[in-house]
Design a protein around this ligand. Structure first.
Ligand code: COI
Length: 326
């Protein structure tokens, strides 16, 4: 809804930014990296606050081999999207939510973080400088990837002495192959993405390296992605590698409650708000894997996946859930 979307009217392109449209097949974007003209960069020392950032031509950055992020994974990322409307406006979806989530994560990872205003300024500057890379209306979005990393050199386990906040963008289309066709998930029974007290509830970079192994195995068997269970009881739904999960039964829409092991998705929150306002009964709670058997519908939410219907869920070699297409 309009209340939930920040609308930015961009009057003109920044000086010396190329304005011709890039040579892109907008109808076949997929979720692949296409690098663009500019990135945003801002640095600060440990114990200080970020002060001033700047746009730079997109390119490699220089890092010490001893950088905290490279050695000990002191890093966070965010993901949000900018859309172009038919009348030429640029819309950002709840960017202040990403700004505050980054701040929460930075506390957990012992990093300084940009203020909400600094974050929003960086998003606006980066999107404006890369405006020609925003897909035409209906063709996709400009995916914005903010990164906060311990860039200073360190040897013993300690917070890095310097931090870098970066932002780059890429035009993207659908996350899953097959566009919005229902996806097929497999429940992972051996590996977990998060543990209680760990970092599963913040968007730290290591959470995403941890899911690669199971993801590769799942894709080799023809599945779209992996559904994780809680690591204690191995029974409750947590999330998919790239998105949150919702289960629908009649008028009840349920999703796993946020309890430190699940990423508090911004699309998740928006769907909960929308569902409540539309009169659905909504529950954030423990959901057992067996409940999937009786589900009417299952869907996933995320910035990258948006809202993706689930076609089937396989658990211990059995189809636990199969979407009935009437
Ligand atoms: C997002 O939806 O933005 C994500 O972070 C998921 C994935 C692309 C890593």
């Amino acid at each position: 809804s309009n209340n939930n979307v920040n609308s930015l009217r961009m009057a003109s392109l920044a000086n010396n930014v190329a304005s011709e449209l890039p040579n892109i097949d907008w109808d076949n974007l997929g979720f692949r990296l296409t690098t663009t003209d500019y990135m945003y960069i801002m640095k600060c020392s440990q114990g200080e606050n970020f002060s001033k950032g700047e746009l730079q031509r997109f390119g490699n950055i220089e890092l010490s081999p001893c950088a905290g992020v490279l050695n000990y994974g002191q890093g966070l990322f965010e993901g949000l999207k900018a859309y172009k409307t038919h009348n030429g406006n640029i819309l950002l979806f709840r960017p202040e939510e990403n700004a505050t989530r980054l701040r929460t994560g930075a506390e957990r990872m012992c990093m300084p973080s940009p203020t909400v205003d600094q974050f929003l300024e960086a998003v606006k500057a980066t999107v404006l400088a890369n405006e020609r890379w925003i897909p035409p209306p209906g063709k996709g979005a400009l995916y914005i990837r903010p990164l906060l990393i311990g860039s200073g050199a360190v040897l013993g386990i300690a917070p890095a002495p310097e931090y870098t906040f970066l932002m780059y963008v890429s035009p993207v289309g659908n996350y899953f192959k097959g566009g919005l066709a229902p996806i097929n998930l497999i429940v992972e029974t051996e590996m977990h993405r998060a543990t209680p007290g760990g970092t599963g509830g913040v968007k730290t970079i290591g959470n995403y390296a941890a899911v690669l192994n199971a993801q590769i195995a799942a894709k080799a068997k023809g599945f779209s992605d992996v559904l994780y269970l809680d690591s204690i009881h191995k029974r409750y739904l947590e999330e998919v590698s790239s998105c949150n999960i919702f289960v629908v039964k009649g008028n009840l829409i349920s999703t796993p409650a946020i309890k430190g092991t699940i990423l508090p998705g911004i699309t998740r929150k928006s769907i909960l708000d929308l569902a409540r306002s539309q009169g659905f009964q909504v529950e954030e709670r423990l959901i057992t894997v067996d409940e999937l058997v009786d589900a009417d519908e299952v869907f996933c939410t995320g910035t990258a996946v948006v809202v993706s219907p689930v076609g089937s869920i396989t658990y211990l070699n059995k189809r636990l859930f199969l979407l009935l297409l009437l």
